[in-house]
Design a protein around this ligand. Structure first.
Ligand SMILES: *Cc1c(COP(=O)(O)O)cnc(C)c1O
Length: 460
C-alpha cells in the first residue's frame, strides 16, 4: 500500500471528492474532514494524525479477536493461493464452506444444523425473510407472510434490512418499504416503563405487544417475529429477563416462527456462542455475520432450524436465491481460523466468568454515579450509558443526542472510541479486553464525561 506517499490532507481531499460514505452527512464530513485510520494492533487503532485510540466498538461490533492477527492473514493468503474463488451454485462446493458449516452446526443451538452464506448481515436477513415466507407457502399457507419487528430494531441497510428494521429515518428515505412488516414497542424499560412498573412486568407488557399485533391481524397471517436478543445499533437495549421467555411462549402458541438477528450478539459477545443460548431461546432462523470473521473478511451465516430446513429440502425444489459470494472460500477459511482462536484462547468463558462481570461492575461503580449519567447497563461485552440532564427525572439535554455526541468527541480526542446513539453511549469491546483494558477505558470515559459536563455548564 502506498498511501504513505500522501499527506493526511491529500487523503481527506480525495476522500471528500470521490467517496460516498455509509451513514454519513456528506456536507458535514466534507467540512470536518474524515478521520483516516491507517493501522491497528490488538485493542488499539491508529489514525493518520498519529493518535492511538482504544477501540471500544470492536470496529463496528465485529473485531472480536482484536487487530493484527497474523493467523487470519495467513489463512486468507494460503486459501487465495490454492483457490481464491469458486461458487457453490449448480451442485458445486469448495472445502472451506463445507468444513465451516460442520463447525457452525457444532456450536449452534441443537435444533440448528444448516447454514446459508452471504457477505453481510443485510443479505442474511434478506435470505431469512425469503425463507420464512417460502416455508409457509410450502406448508400451504401463502397468506401467513407478515413479519412483526420492533421500533428501533436494526436489521441492515438494504431495502429488506431497512424494512425489517424499525429506524424511522431509514424508512423515510426508502420510497416504499417491503410490504407486510409491522413494528411494535421495544423492551426499553429506561424510557418506556411506567412509574412503579417492575422490570419483570414491563418485560411481559413489551412482549405482549407482539401478541396484540398477532391477534389484530390474525395468526394465520403472521409468518414470524424478528428481533435482536439485545438491540445493538438502537442503543444496546437489554430486555428484562421476562421478555424472551414470553416471546417464545407467544410464538409457540400462535405457530409464528422466531427469527433471531444475532449479527452483533453472535460468537461470544454475550458470554456464549450465541445469545439464544445465554437467554434460553429456541429460534427458527438465526442471522449472524460481524464477529464470524472478526471483520477480517465479509461473511454472514444464516442458521436455519431443522423444522424449516426439512420443509425446504423435502417440498421446495430449487430455491431461486443466492449470492455470487455465498460460501466464499477465503472468507470461510478466515472464519474457521477465527473460531479456532476464540475457542483456543477461551475468550467466551472469559467474557462470561471474568471480564464481562468486571465490565458490569466497573460501569456501575465508576460511571453510573457521574452527574451526566442516568443509568448504565451491560450484558457480557455489550454496554450502554444513558446521558441525562437530570438523574431523578431522566430529562435529556436538548437537542436530543447533542450531549452524547459531545461526550463521544471528547472520548475520541482522549483516546477512546465510543459511539453515541441518540442519548445513549454504547460500548462493544473486542473479546480480548482484560481487566486492565477495562480500567483504562473507564478512566477515559470518566474524563470525557467531565469535559462534557464543563462544556454543558458553560453553555448553560
Ligand atoms: C450490522 C447489523 C446488520 C447488518 O449487517 P451488514 O453486514 O452491515 O449488512 C444486521 N443486523 C444487526 C443486528 C446488525 O447489527
Amino acid at each position: 500500500m502506498t498511501y504513505q506517499n500522501y499527506t493526511l490532507e491529500q487523503l481527506q481531499q480525495i476522500d471528500a471528492a470521490h467517496h460516498l460514505h455509509p451513514f454519513t452527512d456528506h456536507k458535514d464530513l466534507r467540512d470536518a474532514g474524515s478521520r483516516v485510520i491507517t493501522h491497528a494492533k490488538g485493542p488499539f487503532i491508529y489514525d493518520a494524525a498519529g493518535n492511538e485510540i482504544l477501540d471500544g466498538m470492536a470496529g463496528l461490533w465485529c473485531v472480536a479477536i482484536g487487530y493484527g492477527r497474523d493467523e487470519l492473514a495467513d489463512a486468507a493468503y494460503a486459501q487465495m493461493k490454492e483457490l481464491p474463488y469458486y461458487n457453490s451454485f449448480f451442485r458445486c462446493s469448495t472445502p472451506t464452506p463445507i468444513l465451516l458449516s460442520q463447525k457452525l452446526a457444532e456450536i449452534a443451538p441443537s435444533n440448528m444444523n444448516q447454514v446459508f452464506y452471504g457477505s453481510s448481515g443485510s443479505e442474511a436477513n434478506d435470505t431469512a425473510l425469503r425463507l420464512v415466507r417460502w416455508y409457509w407457502a410450502l406448508e400451504g399457507k401463502p397468506r401467513k407472510n407478515r413479519v412483526i419487528s420492533r421500533h428501533m430494531a436494526y436489521h441492515g441497510s438494504t431495502i429488506t434490512g431497512a424494512s425489517l428494521g424499525g429506524m424511522q429515518g431509514m424508512h423515510d428515505q426508502l420510497g416504499g418499504a417491503v410490504p407486510n412488516i409491522a413494528h411494535v414497542m421495544m423492551p426499553y424499560a429506561y424510557e418506556l416503563a411506567q412509574p412503579g412498573e417492575s422490570d419483570h412486568d414491563f418485560g411481559l407488557r413489551a412482549a405482549r405487544a407482539v401478541e396484540d399485533e398477532i391477534l389484530r391481524v390474525g395468526a394465520d397471517n403472521v409468518a414470524a417475529f424478528i428481533g435482536e436478543p439485545i438491540q445493538g445499533a438502537g442503543g444496546v437495549k437489554i430486555p428484562p429477563a421476562s421478555y424472551w421467555p414470553e416471546i417464545q411462549r407467544i410464538c409457540r402458541q400462535y405457530d409464528v416462527l422466531l427469527m433471531l438477528d444475532e449479527v452483533i450478539t453472535g460468537y461470544g459477545r454475550t458470554g456464549d456462542w450465541f445469545a439464544a443460548q445465554s437467554m434460553g431461546i429456541e429460534a427458527d432462523t438465526i442471522t449472524t455475520a460481524k464477529a464470524l470473521t472478526s471483520g477480517y473478511q465479509p461473511l454472514s451465516a444464516l442458521f436455519v432450524s431443522d423444522r424449516v430446513a426439512a420443509t425446504i429440502v423435502e417440498k421446495g425444489g430449487e430455491f431461486y436465491h443466492g449470492y455470487t459470494y455465498s460460501g466464499h472460500p477465503v472468507a470461510c477459511a478466515v472464519a474457521l481460523k477465527n473460531i479456532e482462536i476464540i475457542e483456543r484462547e477461551g475468550m467466551i468463558e472469559r467474557v462470561r466468568d471474568e471480564t464481562g462481570p468486571y465490565l458490569a461492575k466497573a460501569l456501575k461503580e465508576r460511571i453510573e454515579g457521574h452527574d451526566l449519567v442516568g443509568e448504565v447497563r451491560s450484558f457480557g461485552f455489550l454496554g450502554a450509558i444513558e446521558i441525562v440532564r437530570d438523574k431523578a427525572t431522566r430529562q435529556r439535554f436538548q437537542p436530543g443526542g447533542s450531549a452524547a455526541v459531545l461526550i463521544r468527541d471528547h472520548a475520541i480526542a482522549n483516546g477512546m472510541m465510543l459511539r453515541a446513539t441518540g442519548d445513549t453511549m454504547i460500548l462493544s469491546p473486542p473479546l480480548i479486553w482484560t481487566k486492565e483494558t477495562i480500567d483504562m477505558a473507564c478512566d477515559r470515559i470518566v474524563k470525557a464525561l467531565d469535559l462534557a459536563k464543563e462544556d454543558l455548564r458553560n453553555a448553560g
